[in-house]
Design a protein around this ligand. Structure first.
Ligand code: FMN
Length: 356
């Protein structure tokens, strides 16, 4: 059997295969609550055979949302609303995860299909916060976070972690990538602080590591914690892959189980290459350098390409974004291609369409 469709375990959770759905914002929530869209969208990828279905960036408080229609998990009512979705995904045999996030200086914008432009308070926007009062591109200037706001944010990550358990999630992924709040602390381009949270690598890592530590402590020992990083800013003077390896070593010491290796998003002017598997080298470097499991993501679309990444030991999991939007049944098709027959349990309702 292919490596892609072999099962794997992180802590006490077994994943039926190593094909994971990448977190993808749907901008279809109401006051942070998931809607029927989420049940159908996430549920379809579980029906389609993914090993892990993870929700989009889910804000720990209202100000941490990218747009007013982002997902959130700061109230018990929201946790309750997720139960139907998590139950359905688990019933299909997939593991269900949530990506916990704070958008920092990239918050308070309209959804992409409305331009992704900064929203003023009269348009439903809000004052953004960040390590330093430096704007992202043409977005509004954030206010610099005080130490008490930093402490409060850690508490809010903990609150959301408790709610994630209540909601029925089995994996928490801390979003420390794509130029959002945690990544803003890591990168010297967005973090110009002179206190214990800025300057040296150790200081820039302090807040993200405090968040990870608090989340890990709040999450049951038997359940895994993943962290998504941007392995490089792709610009001179920015966050680097070498620093990502150091950060991953520290995250591992805190009990993180997998580093999901993305890149970019911190500055608008970065020139990011886009060839098949362009971020795989980062998953490989973090895996080797920090001796931790990694997920490879970014322009992975082909079964053989995905299998080769695992065979070569470059990553432990294959994380697909846009390909899963095009084809929710990618695991059926890919396993048929690799193994000659479908290696994922086809729902009984669909069996007549798949003659193994
Ligand atoms: C519609 C859309 C929404 C996304 N939202 C998120 C998100 O909420 N969190 C995140 O970490 N990445 C997000 N991403 C990035 C994807 O998870 C993924 O890393 C990226 O698309 C590259 O993988 P791909 O080439 O397989 O699509 C999003 C991407 C897309 C296309």
């Amino acid at each position: 059997m292919s490596l892609l469709f072999s099962s794997s375990s992180y802590r006490s959770v077994t994943f039926r295969n190593n094909v994971f759905v990448s977190p993808m914002c749907q901008y279809s929530s109401v006051d942070g609550f998931p809607t029927d869209w989420h049940l159908v969208h996430l549920g379809s990828r579980a029906v389609g055979g993914a090993g892990l279905v993870i929700t989009e960036a889910t804000a720990i408080n209202p100000q941490g949302r990218i747009s007013p229609s982002d997902a959130g998990l700061w109230s018990k009512d929201q946790a309750g609303a997720y139960k139907k979705i998590t139950t359905f995904i688990k019933e299909q045999g997939a593991v269900v995860g949530v990506q916990l996030a704070h958008a920092g200086r990239k918050a308070s914008v309209s959804p992409p299909w409305e331009g992704g432009i900064a929203l003023s308070p009269s348009q439903g926007g809000w004052q953004t916060i960040a390590p330093s009062a430096l704007a992202f591109g043409a977005l509004a200037t954030p206010s610099q976070m005080s130490e008490s706001q930093i402490e409060q944010t850690i508490d809010e990550f903990v609150n959301s972690t408790h709610l994630a358990l209540e909601a029925g999630f089995q994996v928490v992924e801390v979003h420390a990538a794509h130029g959002y709040l945690l990544h803003e602390f890591l990168s010297p381009l967005s973090n110009k602080r002179t206190d214990q949270y800025g300057g040296s690598l150790q200081n820039r890592m302090r807040f993200p590591l405090e968040v990870i530590k608090a989340v890990r402590q709040a999450w049951p020992d038997e359940l895994p914690v993943f962290v998504r990083i941007s392995a490089t800013d792709w610009v001179e003077g920015g966050w680097t892959i070498t620093e990502s390896v150091e950060f991953s070593k520290e995250a591992k010491k805190l009990g993180v189980d997998l580093i999901d290796c993305s890149s970019g998003g911190l500055v608008a002017h970065a020139e990011i290459p886009s060839f098949a598997g362009y971020q795989v080298e980062f998953a490989q470097k973090v895996k080797q350098g920090a001796a931790i499991a990694t997920g490879a993501v970014g322009l992975i679309t082909e079964a053989k390409q995905a299998e080769d990444i695992l065979i070569q030991g470059q990553a432990d999991a294959i994380i697909l974004g846009r390909e899963f939007l095009r084809d929710p049944y990618w695991p059926f098709h890919a396993s048929q291609e690799l193994d000659g027959k479908v290696q994922v349990n086809v729902p009984v309702q669909y069996m007549r369409a798949f003659n193994n």
